[in-house]
Design a protein around this ligand. Structure first.
Ligand SMILES: [Zn+2]
Length: 73
């Protein structure tokens, strides 16, 4: 129902981008976000805003409904 009103290619790109962000913005042992630190020298507590966005996208648009594949989490 929802996917029929959304450009599927855009949805696939969105989920792919969210997957990359979720992977990069993971928690370090000290609780800081690894992605924020390496990409921007930013000391952000994990989960950072980017990680929260990625998680919400992945939770909402499970790839299985679009491509039959599974998103690596
Ligand atoms: Zn981050």
């Amino acid at each position: 129902m929802m996917a029929s009103t959304i450009d599927r290619q855009a949805l696939v790109r969105l989920v792919a981008a969210a997957s990359e962000v979720a992977h990069a913005h993971s928690a370090r042992p000290d609780g800081l976000c690894a992605g924020c630190l390496t990409e921007r020298s930013r000391l952000a507590p994990s989960p950072c805003a980017q990680a929260q966005w990625a998680r919400s996208v992945l939770d909402r648009y499970r790839v299985g409904a679009v491509t039959g594949a599974t998103v690596a989490r």
